[in-house]
Design a protein around this ligand. Structure first.
Ligand SMILES: *[C@@H]1O[C@H](CO)[C@@H](O)[C@H](O)[C@H]1NC(C)=O
Ligand SMILES: *[C@@H]1O[C@H](CO)[C@@H](O)[C@H](O)[C@H]1NC(C)=O
Length: 242
């Protein structure tokens, strides 16, 4: 009995120290088809490889491994993009909870709301209500979750864009209201400078030019999020030896 107990404690201690020592940052790209069947993830991954945030520092995570036939064939495909999904459904069905259980994360990017507006005819208030629940789910899994939320890209069918702009405008005060030091929310503008005609391949999803624009907007925000995540995960050890 005594030796069994001792073994269990030793195993526990080993697990705990491995988790503490592992400073690899887990990044979950989260959203709908504009996160799943696009190539900005490939471009973002490639852009990160020439920085300190390459594969040994950052691991993309998520249940999705969709092959999108991107120009950049070498990249980490793991993501949590779900084509056709509404934020209000993901929130009401509590789906993010299961996704984060399977693939824990330190950093999340979220581009959601397009299907809510186009398919679901949901109001800005309903969408932000769902976003609030999604943020709470992220923080329940990781109290220090670093979160990047997009003001979403326009649609090809211009009649949807006033509602998209209304959501985008409302995202700023919504994010400010939920912002915390432990778990910051950074808002990035994927709308401004993105053409609903020239940068989309099918009226909804970015073409190559659109993917480049999206990756360039995500890039500085994820780097800032990685830096904040590292300050907690590995930073203490680094500072100690300095
Ligand atoms: C550290 O975490 C990364 C990503 O989660 C994983 O791939 C790697 O195997 C882990 N390393 C150790 C030593 O546990
Ligand atoms: C949230 O706080 C961080 C600092 O922790 C800041 O950089 C960021 O801009 C804030 N987000 C919003 C939406 O104001």
């Amino acid at each position: 009995m005594v030796s069994l107990k001792h073994l269990t404690l030793t195993a526990l201690a080993a697990t705990t120290s491995a988790q503490t020592a592992n400073s690899t940052i887990r990044y979950m790209p989260f959203g709908d088809s504009i996160t799943e069947i696009i190539c900005w993830r490939a471009k973002l991954w490639n852009k990160l490889q020439s920085t300190e945030w390459g594969t040994s520092a950052v691991n993309f995570v998520g249940s999705g491994k969709t092959e999108n036939s991107c120009k950049d064939t070498k990249y980490d495909r793991d993501n949590e993009g779900h084509s056709g999904f509404l934020a209000v459904d993901i929130a009401s069905k509590n789906q993010l909870d299961g996704w984060l259980k399977t693939n824990p994360a330190d950093v999340v990017t979220m581009h959601l709301g397009t299907n809510d507006i186009v398919r679901g005819k949901k109001s800005v208030v309903e969408i932000l209500g769902a976003f609030t629940k999604l943020i709470a789910t992220m923080r329940a899994h990781n109290a220090g979750m670093k979160i990047v939320v997009a003001q979403i890209i326009p649609m090809g069918q211009a009649s949807y864009n006033p509602q998209i702009q209304a959501l985008n405008t409302a995202i700023i005060p919504w994010a400010q209201g939920l912002n915390t030091t432990a778990s910051p929310i950074w808002v990035v503008d994927q709308y401004t400078g993105f053409s609903g005609t020239a940068d989309l391949r099918d009226g909804v999803h970015p073409n190559d030019a659109g993917d480049v624009k999206m990756a360039n907007v995500w890039f500085p925000a994820v780097v800032r999020a990685f830096e904040a995540a590292r300050a907690e995960k590995g930073g203490r050890a680094v500072r100690f030896t300095a």
